[in-house]
Design a protein around this ligand. Sequence first.
Ligand code: NAD
Ligand code: 6OD
Length: 485
Amino acid sequence: MIHIRNFINGAFSDGSEGKVFEKRSPLNNEVIASISEASKSDVDIAVASAGAALKGPWGKMTMEQRVEMLCAVADEITRRFDDFVAAEVADTGMPQGVSRHMCARGAANFKVFADVVKNVPTEFFETATPDGRGALNYAIRRPVGVVGIVCPWNAPLLLMTWKVGPALACGNTVVVKPSEETPQTAALLGEVMNKVGIPAGVYNVVNGFGPASTGEFLTTHPGVSAITFTGETRTGAAIMKAAADGARPVSLEMGGKNAAIIFADADLDAVIEGTMRSAFMNTGQVCLGTERVFVERPLFEKFVAALKTAAEKLKIGVPTDPSVTMGPLISREHQGKVLSYYKKAVAEGATVVTGGGIPDMPGDLANGAWVQPTIWTGLLDTATVCTDEIFGPCCHVFPFDGEDEVIERANNTAYGLSSAVWTRDLARAHRVAAQVEAGIVWVNSWFLRDLRTAFGGAKNSGIGREGGVHSLEFYTELKNICVKL
Ligand code: NAD
Ligand code: 6OD
């Protein structure tokens, strides 16, 4: 069993109150790690260290020096890639191939934002003045300060570095609160930071829970100038309330109940491949994943049969087996939640096309957080499993008859994170994509990411956009300087 400590002011430390919590393996529910919980005073020290680093060595570096260091962080993540993958796999249970894909983003998130800050243009205006001499206006960007980063468990390294990368590239310092379920990669990143010589206090990690624990201590801390969060919508709302004290900016990436819209002219093989990934990748624990699948009626039966065949070919098992394509859920607690939705679907009259229960697992794996990939048909759009975010390997497939109808039905949700539209008719693809209420719409693809593009959710799925120059809007203060000539 390993022990994970907090990383504060460049050093690993146990919590000052001596509190420790356990992390259990998703594979068999055995305890695999003990984690030091940061106390309120540990969070105070972390925030103070971040503030001091901002005024000290980090704040005094040129942008070029910072960018060079962040590229070194990316290189060191790549050098220790197998360690990151092993840590992430142990925490989450995701198949190694999935984790390798996710962890590669850990390095990319530093490289890309190092590039973005180097190349960002600024605005400049020549202004007329009454005396005819004129004035020059130009804008510069300054860091916002200490950024509090609160992370979820489903893609721990990717989602943490997606915030840490741009925050540091813009000259801020950070205090990160990893999910209590996935503390390992945040700790490893502390080792990386020290190895490449990032000054103490620039990157801090405080472990713990949400309410009345580290998450709340961090988000209510007056020394934190901005808060960026990824997680459930109701947690985001609580964090927004905390940020209101001190009128601090928030960036919130939250839940989804995303729709795929599949027209009968779509390339069926591509649609099945894309829908398999969007419904079942990472055991359905992807915020951008598809839990509502709308299929144009002429293709409906064929699509359901093909998706069922493909889902039944998923190989469930331990992540270290390279032939395994689906691991367990994150925890027994989450398994209970997902299984309760499997029951509700049946109670509300769903036809279970495949799955609906727990797979038979040998030996101690029977204690793990396994569920079957599950497909339903036959429910109304308003059924509980068609409206709540489940965050498991499941989807409901509905037939539809027309473009206007499907747009209305796809938009009939409180969420608005992403959507995937599948058709060979380009004009229709543009029409539908423009009308779907979501921050991201993929056409004939899913989870194809370019980190320079805007990322975020509409409606209850988010507030603000990050990615490329949009991240600069959150992680910097834009200052206008007006020079009278
Ligand atoms: P969660 O909201 O339960 O927890 C996220 C983090 O917030 C954890 O670190 C938790 O300890 C902390 N937290 C909880 N309550 C808090 C409080 N009151 N104050 C401060 N911190 C608090 O989410 P989760 O279960 O870890 O992740 C799954 C959810 O995340 C899903 O809803 C999923 O859709 C969403 N998600 C969204 C995106 C996106 O980009 N939109 C990406 C990944 C996951
Ligand atoms: O690709 C990203 O930048 C991103 N934020 C992905 C989110 C995945 C959610 O599970």
